[in-house]
Design a protein around this ligand. Structure first.
Ligand SMILES: CC(C)(COP(=O)(O)OP(=O)(O)OC[C@H]1O[C@@H](n2cnc3c(N)ncnc32)[C@H](O)[C@@H]1OP(=O)(O)O)[C@@H](O)C(=O)NCCC(=O)NCCS
Length: 196
C-alpha cells in the first residue's frame, strides 16, 4: 500500500532520510513553487530548510496514513526525488472523497510525469481505498496544471470563488473531479495510456 508504481514514476511516502534531496529540490524550485502554495505563517518553521520541521511533517503524514485521513507520496523518477502528489482531507461516511495536490521539480516539467502520477494515485484512491470522488482544485491562470487534468479528461465542475488561500490571497479555483463511476468507465483507457 505504501509504494505505488507507474510506468516511469514511483510514489512512496517521504522519510527523514529524504531530507538532503528534499531540501535541494525545494530550495532550487522556490520561485517555481511558492506562488502556487499557501503562504508560510510568520514564526512557522520552514520545512524546506529545517530538518526537524521536515521530520515533523513526515511524522504527521505517517499519522494521517495510519488514520486513513491522508496519503502523501514523494514522486521519484529514475530513483531521484522529483516532486510530490497527495491525497488529503479524506472524508468517509456519505462523502468517501479526497483532495489531490501535486508539484514537480521544474527540471522534470513537461514530460508527463504528473498526469502519470495522478492516474497512479487515482487507481490507489478508487481500487484500494474505495473512495467515491477525488478533486483537484486549480487557480484559473495555472495553465500548466490545468493541462494535466485536461489531458486526462477529468471533468470541470466550474469555478469556486475565493476558494483557497494561495501565497497570501484568497484565490478562485476551478474544481476538477472524477468519481468512482467515471473511473470504472475510463480505468482501462487511462491505465493503458499512462501506466501499464
Ligand atoms: C502543474 C505541474 C505539476 C505540471 O506537471 P508536469 O509533470 O510538468 O505536467 P505535464 O508534463 O503534463 O505538463 C503540463 C503542461 O505544463 C506546461 N509545461 C511544459 N513544460 C514546462 C516548463 N518547462 N515550464 C512550465 N510549463 C511547462 C505545458 O503547458 C504542459 O502541457 P502540454 O504537455 O500540453 O504542453 C508543474 O507545472 C508544477 O509543478 N507547477 C508548479 C506547482 C503547481 O502549479 N502545482 C499545481 C497546483 S494546482
Amino acid at each position: 500500500m505504501s509504494t505505488l508504481l507507474g510506468r516511469r514514476v514511483l510514489l512512496r511516502p517521504l522519510s527523514v532520510a529524504d531530507f538532503p534531496s528534499w531540501t535541494e529540490v525545494r530550495t532550487r524550485n522556490a520561485d517555481w513553487l511558492l506562488r502556487w502554495e499557501p503562504k508560510r505563517l510568520a514564526g512557522q518553521p520552514d520545512v524546506t530548510t529545517d530538518r526537524d520541521a521536515f521530520a515533523v511533517r513526515c511524522s504527521a503524514r505517517e499519522r494521517e496514513r495510519q488514520l486513513g485521513t491522508g496519503y502523501g507520496f514523494g514522486v521519484f523518477v529514475d530513483g531521484c526525488f522529483a516532486g510530490e502528489i497527495n491525497l488529503s482531507a479524506i472524508q468517509r461516511g456519505q462523502f468517501q472523497s479526497a483532495y489531490v495536490g501535486y508539484w514537480i521539480d521544474e527540471r522534470h516539467a513537461g514530460q508527463g510525469y504528473t498526469p502519470e502520477a495522478l492516474v497512479v494515485l487515482a487507481r490507489f484512491a478508487f481500487d484500494d481505498l474505495r473512495l467515491h470522488r477525488i478533486q483537484v482544485a486549480i487557480i484559473p491562470r495555472n495553465s500548466a496544471s490545468r493541462r494535466v487534468v485536461e489531458k486526462l479528461k477529468i471533468r470541470d465542475e466550474g469555478v469556486a470563488e475565493r476558494y483557497l488561500e494561495i501565497n497570501g490571497a484568497w484565490e478562485d479555483h476551478v474544481r476538477y473531479a472524477i468519481t468512482a463511476e467515471e473511473w470504472q468507465e475510463r480505468r482501462d483507457e487511462l491505465l493503458s495510456e499512462w501506466v501499464d
